[in-house]
Design a protein around this ligand. Structure first.
Ligand code: UDP
Length: 410
């Protein structure tokens, strides 16, 4: 089963009533022509979301396409700096950076003829596209970043682009900004049929771990993430080193590098210095390995410093893992501390929770069962589809958004 089989396949997870409700909401929108545009087909949560979302929307009769911004390395270097600044980092916002950003987006606008009934632009990379079209339908900016404390220089520069949109979608209420346009809040979902999440037999798990030479003689402590400082892999290594003094275990850090993130290779290289018999660092794109690790881990960490919404957190929770997440951004909505996992703010707290979970496997199982149920209720893909349908169906003439759209969970 997969998203190609349509929304009916998800009935086993979310029930008949939810599937029927989604089908009913899609019916009046049939034959609409909708576009999503972001900056990469692979790597990162947005591409995971769009690959399932676009398939499911088409199966519901809404003609939904997916395009990607093209640009040279300079462009992605600038946009990663904007990404970092929007999550609170410092930036030297020069005229040259703005010029590269706006020129490459202008080039993309010339190549892309957008006359859809609805346009979704994801994240800051393609944001200025809107300035190049005579708008004849609603345009929505969907920002997946953690906007808890954006760098004001960059935010003030981007606001005039943002305010041309008819609505802005953010992942949680705390990210809301002072804007002239309506803001709605969607908590993203995961697809239980994707390669990362689908059922995997014990022997298939063994096979994937053996393929990469991952030892299973000691409990596994795992973090799966793009190699990015915001994910704090350095903090994970320090927490592991502290925990290992009290309980024996093996750390596995698995990451990939998104095509729109030029910093990944450097972060990966810096982690190689920590590699040893008990610290395994792998840079691969293998969804089945991610799946196997999240299933086999005694503890899954996502010790982010900023996080719009960690799909890896929901993925591990879905598999009944004991998850320790950074007490930031969207992760606070995903994990209820002490009920569906642990939230931590420091390396010491992370180390203490690792030790506690290694010493008390029953605790891990209890948290994991509650975590699975929480994901089923709130963070599975049908909810994502329904949120988008609600949004698409809520635009009035003149592209005004009716109220009441957004997440009921979280
Ligand atoms: N992922 C993967 N391989 C990796 C690292 C991550 O397939 O080595 C996937 C992960 O399973 C998740 C997505 O990439 O589906 C990352 O999404 P998340 O929201 O956690 O973080 P982002 O990269 O978008 O900041």
């Amino acid at each position: 089963m997969s998203a190609l089989d349509g929304i009916g396949a998800y009935e086993r997870y979310v029930g008949k009533a939810t599937v029927r409700r989604i089908e009913a909401k899609a019916r009046p929108l049939r034959d609409m022509h909708v576009l999503h545009m972001n900056s990469t087909y692979s790597g990162g949560g947005v591409s995971q979301i769009l690959s399932s979302l676009t398939l499911l929307m088409n199966s519901l009769g809404i003609q939904t396409g997916w395009r990607v911004v093209h640009g040279p390395p300079d462009f992605f270097s600038v946009t990663k700096k904007f990404h970092n600044a929007l999550q609170g980092a410092e930036i030297n916002l020069t005229g040259r950076k703005k010029e590269i950003y706006e020129r490459v987006i202008h080039e993309n606008a010339v190549r892309n003829h957008l006359d859809h009934d609805m346009v979704f632009i994801h994240d800051p990379q393609p944001l200025p596209l809107i300035t190049h079209y005579r708008k004849k339908s609603p345009w929505v900016w969907r920002c997946h970043l953690d906007l808890t404390a954006p760098n004001q220089k960059v935010w003030n520069y981007l606001v005039p682009f943002v305010e041309r949109y008819d609505a802005v979608v953010l992942s949680c209420g705390e990210f809301g900004q002072d804007l002239k346009k309506p803001q709605v809040f969607f908590t993203p979902g995961i697809d239980p049929f994707s390669i990362v999440n689908r059922e995997l037999s014990e022997s298939a798990v063994d096979e994937r771990l053996a393929h990469y030479g991952i030892p299973t003689d000691l409990p596994l402590v795992v973090q799966v993430s793009r190699f990015d400082h915001w994910k704090d892999p350095e903090g994970v290594v320090r927490a592991f080193e502290k925990a290992r003094k009290k309980e024996e275990c093996t750390l596995v850090l698995v990451g990939n590098v998104a095509t729109d993130d030029p910093e990944g290779a450097e972060v990966y290289r810096s982690l190689l210095a920590h590699k040893n018999e008990r610290i395994i660092v792998l840079s691969v794109q293998d969804g089945a390995l991610v799946n196997a690790l999240q299933r086999r881990a005694a503890v899954v960490l996502q010790k982010s410093i900023r996080e719009g919404f960690g799909l890896t957190v929901s993925e591990a929770m879905w598999k009944g893992a004991a998850v320790i997440g950074g007490n930031v951004g969207g992760i606070r909505h995903q994990i209820r501390d002490g009920e569906t996992g642990f939230l931590v703010s420091t390396v010491d707290e992370a180390a203490e929770r690792i030790v506690r979970l290694l010493r008390d496997p029953d605790l891990g199982q209890r948290l994991g069962r509650a975590a699975h149920e929480r994901v089923r209720e709130c963070f599975l893909f049908p909810h994502t589809v329904e949120q988008y349908l609600d949004l698409i169906g809520s635009f009035e003439p003149e592209f005004r958004l009716r109220g009441g759209v957004g997440s009921s969970c979280g």
